[in-house]
Write a protein that binds this ligand. Structure first.
Ligand SMILES: [Zn+2]
Length: 262
């Protein structure tokens, strides 16, 4: 298994990719959100997981992130692309745009966000939260597929499930956040802890609170996400061809100098 794809709101089945097999996995951390669906994209065997479970029944704060990421590792996946719906905060972030974030701010709470609860103490390097090699390949994939991509941006992860207040978004903007979502963390750091490469593809489905004039609705989120499906698929197909077979990034070696305990 070479690639893992986590799909979020509005993009559940990735229609058009032929499902070869379904794998049900139970991990030491419990059950993942759904069965992993094995598809082949441009010859690359890919495990596909619905983050919110079958028919969107698991809210962001209740997702078993550890089980989801562990399941990929167990399937032999080395790289994960995480697709999510986000709200646009910065001026150049408009509904329908696809963003490849390069930084992340985590303000979630109460989530199990590490595999190391002791006695083994591990502090992974998270200076670059997203795999640089994957980012590079996805940027090239965007150019090749003719899919417009905003190739950097800071993703701030809130706990949800409620949306944000106008003052919160103003504060996040001042902190340097460009988009706001509810699932980017702990997916990114859990992947890093297992030595997996991780990249995010965030579709801006709406303006964040106080940025646009209209009240935010989930209908808007789902419709914009659906409208982005074909662009996402072209991007994924091209990325599958461009992501190098062999990893030469630092992700796989992250644990070498991260352990504090013996
Ligand atoms: Zn990597």
């Amino acid at each position: 298994m070479e690639l893992g794809i986590i799909a979020g709101s509005g993009i559940y089945a990735m229609q058009g990719f032929h499902i070869k097999e379904e794998r049900e996995i139970v991990t030491p951390f419990g059950e993942p959100s759904d069965r992993y669906r094995i598809v082949e994209i441009e010859g690359i065997v890919t495990a596909f997981l619905n983050r919110h479970g079958p028919s969107h029944i698991i809210p962001p704060h209740m997702i078993n992130y550890r089980a989801n990421i562990w399941g990929f590792k167990e399937l032999g996946v080395e790289r994960i692309i995480s697709i999510s719906a986000v709200g646009g905060i910065a001026d150049n972030m408009n509904p329908g745009d696809i963003v490849l974030p390069d930084q992340i701010i985590d303000i979630t709470s109460g989530r199990s966000s590490t595999f190391y609860d002791g006695p083994e103490v591990v502090h992974i390097d998270f200076t670059e939260p997203y795999c640089l090699e994957m980012r590079d390949a996805i940027i090239k994939a965007g150019l090749k597929a003719g899919v417009l991509l905003i190739d950097k941006g800071t993703y701030i992860c809130t706990n949800g499930p409620r949306l944000e207040s106008r003052a919160e978004i103003k504060a996040y903007r001042a902190l340097g956040a460009h988009v706001v979502g509810m699932t980017g963390m702990p997916e990114a750091c859990l992947s890093r802890e297992l030595g997996l490469c991780f990249a995010g593809l965030s579709v801006i489905t709406n303006y964040a609170a106080g940025i646009g004039k209209a009240r935010l609705t989930t209908t808007e989120v789902l419709e914009t996400m659906r409208g982005s499906t074909s662009r996402l698929k072209s991007l994924l197909k091209e990325a599958c061809l461009l992501i190098p077979q062999k990893r030469s990034c630092a992700c796989k070696d992250v644990l070498k100098e991260a352990k504090m305990s013996d």
